[in-house]
Write a protein that binds this ligand. Structure first.
Ligand code: ATP
Length: 234
């Protein structure tokens, strides 16, 4: 579905991505893993068109999309749930969800998508009139994922879902991600939380200092002695 081929990206003189290549198959959950500052957000910002590659390609369903504007990329069906949720705090849950549905395609699917997100996250229906800022961190993360789903994604990229959340909440959210995948939406999960993410994913890519250090099926990675030592403390 999506291929990144030998992507290089600079912030000024500083190179943040070095020949990064990765693939995401239709209907998969893929984990993009790594420590702070490894280049995970930079990679998905490049896929979203928010950052421009200096060289390399990004192919979405065999079409080159590198260099295209972010709003065109959302219209194609690639939607990002940003790190830190970035909700509109003093707007209601439902107003935040409405703001996710701004592409032509998503406006047409508004009612169907709203029903879908309320089925995935029933608490958001109960709280739809509540200000986003008044909800718990976990509920805000639900709202951010739901806002992404209101954009009718074919590929949903979620940046640091687990950040600052209790393990029980992460487990609940990951269970919903499976349902989202089963509804036909491919997911790229960008995470520092290696163990949880690989338990849910088909394949994984580990970034270190802007380079892909390891790649493979989730089970191969979970059995990799280096990954176990460096990321799982085993
Ligand atoms: P985190 O989990 O901390 O967000 P990350 O793996 O997503 O980590 P990136 O945010 O992609 O990492 O950062 C990769 C490198 O690029 C870091 O060294 C970071 O300081 C640098 N960087 C990121 N954004 C910018 C920017 N807008 N300008 C300059 N340097 C940046």
């Amino acid at each position: 579905m999506l291929k990144v081929e030998k992507a290089n990206l600079f912030y000024g003189d500083v190179q943040a991505l070095w020949d990064v290549s990765l693939q995401i198959g239709e209907g998969e959950i893929v984990a993009l893993l790594g420590a702070n500052a490894a280049g995970k957000s930079t990679t998905i910002n490049a896929i979203s068109g928010l950052e421009k590659l200096s060289s390399g390609k990004i192919l979405y369903r065999n079409e080159e999309i590198q260099g295209r504007d972010p709003h065109d990329i959302v219209e194609l069906g690639i939607v990002q749930v940003p790190e830190g949720r970035k909700l509109f705090s003093f707007m209601s849950v439902e107003e935040n969800l409405e703001l996710g549905a701004y592409t032509k395609r998503a406006r047409g699917d508004f009612k169907k998508n709203l029903e879908m997100v309320y089925t995935f996250f029933p608490i958001l229906r109960e709280r739809k009139k509540q200000l986003a800022a008044s909800m718990s961190g976990g509920e805000q993360q639900m709202c951010a994922i739901a806002r992404g789903l209101m954009g009718s994604p074919k590929l949903l990229m979620i940046d640091e879902l687990s950040l600052g959340l209790a393990p029980i909440m992460v487990q609940r959210l990951f269970a919903v991600l499976k349902k989202i995948r089963d509804a036909g939406i491919t997911i790229l999960l960008v995470e520092q939380n290696v163990g949880y993410s690989l338990a849910l994913s088909n394949t994984g890519f580990v970034l270190e200092n802007g380079r892909v250090a390891l790649a493979g099926s989730a089970s191969e990675l979970l059995g990799n002695p280096y990954l176990k030592r460096a990321y799982l403390g085993m």
